[in-house]
Design a protein around this ligand. Structure first.
Ligand code: COA
Length: 345
């Protein structure tokens, strides 16, 4: 019998990460998600290199990607950020991991600025990757916002055999190149079931308005048969461990950005209300997922909702490329079978 959605099918041995849905833990190359360091450190862990070497390579990758902004002008004019990134990145001629990750950051920032009617800013290779991405998107350096963005990028860089990671593996398993693998993975991540929509979480927080409004709003959504955004997960049966890391990052950001504190109070009230209301309705544990506090954090940094999925891609490219390297080193061509159920002659 065909296994629906390949659920529970193990397709590879990996040293990249372990997602434990029952225990509610995520380990990335030996390190628990809450103990991960800078984005460079996470890339170093996953790619088996030294962080200082990664830092220099990412800076050079961003610098070399800058001419792509002009070359990819038509792609970057597209209003959907994932369509823009997919088209622009496919023009990249270098296929080193740092070149691809560098290009993602430069192209995403250029797309955001362009759609705000602003001129794209060239990269500064001397900065850390997250700090430079924050500066290229928001126009000026802001250490607290850069730190928060760095925490986000590290937290979502790698997460097991999800749909986009599997896509990247299938593409390189045929002997194809890393840029093709990442462009295909972007296509998979773009779908609403995967890259998700932290946007709807923000819409929900806007609609709820204040902590006092949460109970009535949540009850009305559930009465209407609608799902509460940012709650529940295919793998985690407890609270997504990344939610706690991102929640802590919002708390830190609130020390410098007061609006972040107000949003956090509201988000926590909505989460607690939703969790209790869902528990009263079903035995299935439905707790906050990564999207819940992604939405709160990226919004508090000052990033537009339309950029959330491209920024997710900027982080996850590191994980995709770790899987690309593993697949090349150990994998066979991925070629499953289908069971024919059509008519016979
Ligand atoms: N709110 C209300 N009910 C939910 C729910 C939620 N967030 N998540 C799951 N459920 C319910 C479903 O209605 C279903 O109930 P039923 O059996 O009575 O029909 C049951 O739980 C199982 O749902 P299913 O979609 O099969 O579970 P899954 O494990 O495949 O779902 C998600 C995982 C993330 C797709 C799901 O939890 C969800 O849709 N969450 C909300 C959307 C979300 O947060 N997406 C992330 C971006 S914001």
């Amino acid at each position: 019998l065909a296994q629906s959605g390949l659920q529970d099918v193990v397709v590879a041995d990996t040293e990249t990460s372990r997602v434990d849905g029952l225990g509610g833990t995520l380990i990335v190359a030996g390190v628990p998600v809450g103990a991960l360091g800078s984005f460079e450190e996470v890339a170093a862990l996953l790619w088996g290199e030294r962080p200082d070497a990664i830092s220099a390579a990412l800076g050079a990758g961003r610098r070399r990607a800058w001419p792509l902004v002009a070359l990819a002008d038509a792609a970057l004019s597209r209003s959907d950020g994932m369509v823009a990134l997919r088209g622009a990145l496919s023009l990249l001629q270098r296929e080193g991991p740092a070149d691809i990750v560098g290009a993602c950051a430069v192209l995403t920032a250029a797309w955001v600025r362009r759609h705000q009617g602003l001129a794209p800013l060239p990269p500064d290779p001397s900065l850390g990757h997250a700090a430079d991405l924050q500066r290229m998107v928001l126009g000026a350096p802001h250490p607290a916002r850069a730190r928060a963005l760095g925490a986000y990028l590290s937290t979502v860089a790698e997460h097991g055999m999800n749909a986009s990671t599997f896509t990247a593996r299938v593409v390189v398993s045929t002997g194809s190149d890393a840029v093709s693998a990442v462009v295909a993975a972007l296509g998979a991540l773009k779908g609403p079931l995967h890259g998700g929509a932290p946007g709807p979480v923000l819409d929900m927080l806007d609609a709820v308005g204040s902590p006092a409004g949460a109970p009535a709003w949540i009850a009305q959504e559930l009465e209407a048969g609608r799902r509460i955004m940012g709650m529940g997960h295919r793998v985690y049966r407890v609270r997504d461990p990344r939610a706690a890391v991102l929640e802590a990052a919002v708390e830190r950001l609130a020390e410098d950005v007061p609006q972040a504190g107000a949003r956090l109070v509201l988000a926590r009230a909505v989460e607690a209300t939703a969790q209790a209301a869902l528990a009263a309705r079903t035995d299935r544990p439905l707790r906050a997922n990564v999207e819940f506090y992604t939405a709160v954090l990226l919004d508090a940094i000052g990033l537009p909702r339309s950029a959330f999925t491209p920024l997710f891609a900027c982080a996850r490219t590191v994980g995709w490329l770790a899987h690309v390297a593993e697949q090349r080193a150990h994998g066979r061509m991925i070629r499953p079978r289908a069971r024919y159920v059509g008519p016979l002659p």
